[in-house]
Design a protein around this ligand. Structure first.
Ligand code: AMP
Length: 215
């Protein structure tokens, strides 16, 4: 089963994708994560990607679609894919159709996480992760049980994404409204879109997604 998780930054796509990986053995394909790896490289591409990500703009369609194509090429047909943060433009949506056909796969569900945008800035600017294991935390909504110590692995090192500041978040939301939301009607015409209340608790959102997948 291949699915797209769609929603503005901070809607909870990454959190839910990780839970789908744990519960259903699917594979998370996050172009944001792939690009964060790319930007670490001391290369022209790494610097270009860094600049775009820090501004909140979108990296070129060709770059992200090539990454998705390569990852799907490494996956067996039995392993379901969760597209997280991809596609983000009409061109990427078209490219995804071509890539899926090439790998003899098809899209089963597009799940839109609906959220109140005003709440997103607070969600995003307060989030951070364990630098060792990647577990997610939040300054207000989800502190570790023991201050400064990761619940999962005990590490005391944490990190924040450089693009999780208010200014960049606003640009990322504009990009979502202007370029990503318009791809939904095309999927709606195919009858594969479901909507979930992304403001509900993490557990409830997971439950709602699970019931869509078991339909
Ligand atoms: P994310 O982790 O999904 O919030 O992505 C972080 C940043 O990576 C975005 O603000 C974009 O600059 C870039 N990015 C991630 N996925 C894509 C994509 N599919 N197309 C273009 N840029 C992307």
């Amino acid at each position: 089963m291949d699915i797209i998780l769609l929603g503005p930054p901070g809607a909870g796509k990454g959190t839910q994708a990780q839970r789908l990986v744990e519960h259903h053995g699917m594979r998370q394909l996050s172009t944001g994560d792939m690009l964060r790896e790319t930007r670490k490289a001391d290369s022209e591409l790494g610097r270009k990607v860094s600049d775009i990500m820090d501004s909140g703009g979108l990296v070129s369609d060709e770059i992200v679609s090539a990454m998705i194509d390569a990852k799907l090429g490494e996956m067996g047909p039995e392993m379901g894919a969760i597209f997280d943060g991809y596609p983000r433009t009409a061109a990427q949506a078209e490219q995804l159709d071509e890539i899926l056909a090439k790998h003899y796969r098809q899209l089963d569900h597009v799940i839109e996480l609906e959220v109140n945008e005003d709440a997103l800035v607070e969600r995003i600017t307060g989030r951070y992760t364990c630098a060792n294991c990647g577990a997610g935390y939040h300054d207000v909504f989800h502190l570790p049980a023991k201050e400064g110590v990761c619940d999962k692995c005990g590490s005391t090192e944490f990190k924040r994404r450089p693009d999780d500041n208010e200014e960049t978040v606003r640009t990322r939301m504009q990009e979502y409204r202007g370029k990503t939301a318009p791809i939904l009607p095309g999927y709606e015409a195919r009858g594969i879109v479901s909507r979930v209340d992304g403001m509900a608790s993490i557990e409830d959102v997971t439950h709602a997604i699970d019931s869509i997948l078991s339909r």
